[in-house]
Design a protein around this ligand. Structure first.
Ligand code: SF4
Length: 647
């Protein structure tokens, strides 16, 4: 390996001057790569992490012939990587591409509209195989010429939208064009799924042109990674899918034993559902094995094999009929395969969940991983270097322990945000969402204090509650009417919203930032409390109503027990307290997106001031947290002084 100095990294930094701390981060990353260690970097939003990371990584990666895979959650973040690469390319020749999912890049509407990646993959493969995708046909005809043209185009890093546009003009498939580019470029910006989801990963690695040990992987917003890994290792199906698989089995060539299994399995689950309390219950992990053994006279492996066969037949039939190749038998088979794998592992839990939506109640069956570390450790062992970055990684030692990478292999750096002068952090005494203390009087007091915050904030206000139950409690206690009196519209998020519904809600809310202000009501851990930015006047105060502890469901208890066994004395901390405080910290950080943002952060639950919660808040909040007395007007006094002095 060729050693690179921080000097080379500084030389490819494309802007006139560094923001405070950027030079320190660049030197730290360059040195960590030189030593061959993984990196954990906590730096505040608006710090300019992307450009600092790319400047530090690229000279090392290029001189050692390594590829950089920069993974982030949203398209906006992927595009930012490419924009920064374009800036760097003025100083250092560098190529890159932003990759989206197949259905998002596809030019055929029947694939483009598919949300389920399995279905879009299946559909695309069939269309290609049967010669029915004109864009793929033209791609094959033009492939050689395209390679020539791309060589020229690739001198500039390419946004996904640029690849789609170029391919549209040529009449070829954008996803195939992107695949053609992957082995050629220095940097790929893409979603976590390309390495975390097993089937997607296998395909991705085939086209990468490098082994994973020749890649530096950056995981942006890394506080999400434990949840991403848990989701990737788990699977959930609706119990209706088993019924649909049974219906497919009635028309397909399948043994009576396998058909009988589906019927008995569904019945057994429905019986179990009658006994579950709090909408969730444990399912005996030997249930499908017992049914096979006791009533079906077939092994589970034989049943899975037959269901896979049936699934293929059903898909062929649907394709011939011009329909989508969706088979429930296939879906149930892949779910049972995970069940079979997880059966004797203590890091899995088998659960039955009742879900209520506006469309009614549904039963879901889950094989849920309790521990994210096997997948993250595998990744860190497979790649050249793993760089994880976020604004909320603290406490770093707990994060390292949870994700399972060895402490010796990781260097960490925490960049203190400059918020202390620009953020007012308050806790209100006398208020709590503690279940035992919830009452009409408590909700009225919360509404009263929220109104006080809204009245004394010169811009928009965000209110993020501990749960939808608390959100409903505030509405029932008259929050909307009180705000009407102040002429401040209330925008309420809903779990039933589509992404488009939510985008439109947020756009309207933000439009009030300079028109007298409005209030957004959502939940901690929800999409607006985690994934949305509200800089400037878009959110000048944020109220965190209650500590978002999970309900003590069987799954939550299983996770606490699992961690207690793995890390004695820390089960409750890792399985219960830390996830809640991560949600609260994420929600509290929504208004502080740029280094010059100013905002009031009001923690409306006295428990935030107690030791178990306070020690898990980010250091910069912890140090300036002021506890207010339980009296009307205390919040108003603080807000008036803060906004007057910071204007
Ligand atoms: S080959 Fe490309 S354009 Fe054709 S279906 Fe697949 S993704 Fe869509």
């Amino acid at each position: 390996m060729r050693d690179n100095t921080a000097k080379e990294a500084f030389e490819c930094f494309p802007y006139e001057s560094f923001r405070p701390g950027q030079d320190r981060v660049i030197a730290f990353i360059a040195e960590s790569l030189r030593k061959g260690s993984n990196v954990l970097l906590e730096a505040p939003s608006g710090f300019g992490k992307t450009i600092a990371l790319l400047s530090a990584i690229l000279p090392y990666a290029k001189s050692n012939n390594l590829k950089v895979i920069y993974m982030a959650r949203t398209h906006k973040e992927h595009e930012r990587v490419i924009e920064e690469l374009k800036a760097i390319s003025r100083k250092l020749p560098v190529t890159g591409v932003a990759l989206r999912g197949r259905s998002e890049m596809c030019l055929l509407s029947e694939v483009h509209t598919q949300q389920d990646y399995r279905l879009s993959l299946e559909l695309c493969e069939r269309l290609k195989r049967d010669g029915r995708c004109p864009f793929f046909k033209r791609f094959l005809e033009k492939e050689k010429k395209l390679v020539q043209r791309l060589r020229h185009l690739m001198k500039q890093p390419l946004l996904a939208s640029e690849i789609i546009e170029l391919s549209r003009k040529e009449g070829v498939c954008p996803y195939e064009v992107a695949k053609l580019l992957l082995p050629q470029v220095d940097v790929i910006a893409c979603s976590y799924m390309y390495l975390f989801n097993e089937p997607i990963r296998h395909r991705f690695l085939r086209f990468l042109g490098k082994d994973l040990n020749e890649c530096i992987v950056v995981l942006d917003e890394a506080h999400n990674i434990p949840d991403v890994a848990i989701d990737s290792l788990s699977d959930v199906i609706s119990v209706n899918s088993i019924q649909h698989a049974y219906e497919e089995a009635l028309i397909g060539p399948i043994s009576s034993e396998a058909r009988f299994f589906l019927r008995m399995w569904r019945k057994a689950i429905e019986r179990l559902s009658k006994n579950i309390v709090e909408d969730e219950g444990e399912v005996p992990r030997d249930l499908p094995f017992k049914i096979c053994e006791e009533v079906c006279n077939a092994s589970l492996s034989e049943v899975i094999f037959e269901l896979e066969d049936l699934g293929r037949m059903v898909k062929d039939m649907l394709i011939r009929e011009g329909k989508l190749p969706r088979s429930y038998a296939s879906r149930v088979a892949s779910f049972l395969k995970l069940w079979q794998y997880a059966y004797d592992r203590d890091d899995y839990f088998f659960v039955l969940m009742k879900e209520r939506t506006s469309r009614g109640e549904s039963l879901k069956l889950g094989v849920i991983a309790l521990d994210p570390s096997p997948l993250i450790r595998w990744l860190s062992d497979s790649v050249h270097s793993l760089i994880m970055t976020s604004a909320t990684l603290e406490p770093v030692d707990a994060f390292i322990e949870l994700i399972g990478i060895s402490e010796e292999s990781a260097s960490s750096l925490i960049v203190e945000p400059p918020y202390r002068r620009r953020a007012l952090c308050l806790v209100t005494r006398g208020i709590t969402t503690d279940f035992k203390k919830r009452s009409e009087a408590m909700y009225s007091k919360m509404v009263d204090r929220i109104v006080e915050v809204v009245q004394h904030t010169p811009g928009n206000v965000g209110v993020f509650t501990a749960s939808y139950e608390v959100l409903e409690g505030l509405i029932n206690a008259g929050l909307e009417n009180e705000l009407k009196g102040l002429n401040k519209p209330l925008f309420v998020e809903s779990p039933d919203f589509t992404s488009r519904d939510n985008d439109s809600l947020i756009e309207k809310f933000k439009s009030f930032a300079h028109k007298g202000g409005a209030v957004l009501l959502g939940v901690q851990g929800g999409r607006n409390a985690e994934g949305e930015d509200f800089p400037g006047k878009e959110m000048m105060s944020v109220v965190i109503v209650g500590v978002p502890y999970a309900k003590p469901t069987p799954l939550v208890k299983a996770r606490i027990e699992y961690y207690e066994k793995k890390f004695p004395g820390k089960g409750r901390l890792y399985g219960y307290l830390l996830p809640a405080m991560k949600k609260a910290s994420q929600a509290a950080g929504r208004p502080l997106r740029r280094l010059d943002d100013k905002a009031a952060l009001i923690f409306m639950d006295y428990r935030f001031a107690t030791r178990p919660c306070r020690r898990l808040l980010p250091k910069w909040i912890r140090r300036s947290l002021k506890v207010l007395p339980d009296e009307r007007g205390a919040l108003a006094r603080e807000l008036v002084i803060f906004f007057r002095s910071s204007n």
